[in-house]
Design a binder for this molecule. Sequence first.
Ligand code: PLP
Length: 401
Amino acid sequence: MAAQAAEWGDSTRAIHAGSERCKPYHALIEPLVQTATYTFRNSEEVVAYQEAHTRGLPTDRLEYGRYGNPTVAACEARLAALEGAEAAIQFASGMAAVTTTLLALLRQGDHVIMTDDCYRRTRQFCLEVLPRFGIETTVVPLGDYEALETAIRPTTRLLLSETPTNPYLRVLDVERFATIARRHHLISVVDSTFATPFNLRPLEWGVDLVIHSATKYLGGHNDLLAGFVAGRAEWVTPVRELHNILGATPDPHNAYLLLRGLKTLSLRVERHNQNGQRVAEFLAEHPEVEQVWYPGLPSHPDYAVAQAQMRGFGGVVSFTVRGDLWRTARFIDRLQIPYISPSLGGTESLVIQPALMSYYDVPPEERRRLGIRDNLVRLSLGLEDADDLIADLRQALDGLE
Ligand SMILES: *Cc1c(COP(=O)(O)O)cnc(C)c1O
């Protein structure tokens, strides 16, 4: 990160960090270098590049698109600055960031501890894919730091958590998590997608690596898929080496869109935070709503930790509607502003009923064991006016038979 970027506030970093002051063609905006590969003038240039590359010396040119691209590199520098990290890698999706990072840092015989209420595909990767490589995972309840520490074995290598979680918005005490990892010489990794670097910077609390699905708030416009990992170069370098082999490389145009989205991150997250808080407060008072989960409500189990470590709590609110699965579905069908769609963090409000979306193929008993209630709704508030969102929710709830 440029020296001054460390001193800048979030909005300035989101617009300027990692950019050269003088760009090609004197363009103001980071150029979109839409190329798959790079050319060499002659064999001498090839040899000079190879010599520098094999000795690990810096070179001022690139070889092939999977190993680097100027637009992607600019986006990576911006992402690193936003998290206060030494280095970052952008991926084609959030899951590519999760899987490449874990595969790079784990070996046969290693053990992982992860917290529950996590992204379903991450849990599947840890519990169903990693065992094929001789890597075991133990799941412990988020918030139970004694269970976390008790689960540590001599072979444990990595602790993995998310914050806030999906769908119950549980908030990790990031400092406590990082301290446990450090005490036992383990790598700590936090998927901070729901928090955004505006609301929480896990690295500042001592975590080793932070992961994001940039598909959500960072892209912010529901028009791209991306992910990234950031942290100290010591941890990021082995991930990049495996990334060059596995190849979940983002397209340059994707990096261009993400850079564009990042410029308004602070403004957008402030509005997401406001909409989240106002809608959560409205829902908590409505007689047709059974329970609301939002870290900005004093009723939330992690309210105190959230107040101490986060600046705001984002735009996702989860709640249960009085009644069964189908009454809840009827409520969702009455909504006129949020679209029924499985993502979050963008300009458009989106809503899902997890039992009918992400967990449809899971048998009801198993669903209940995972804590997914039939009448649970996950609402991702976009950037619309809070008054309009509240009016829409009110008419949908009030009109329920
Ligand atoms: C969406 C999401 C992912 C996966 O990201 P993709 O960009 O969809 O691959 C991982 N973790 C969390 C917390 C997410 O919300």
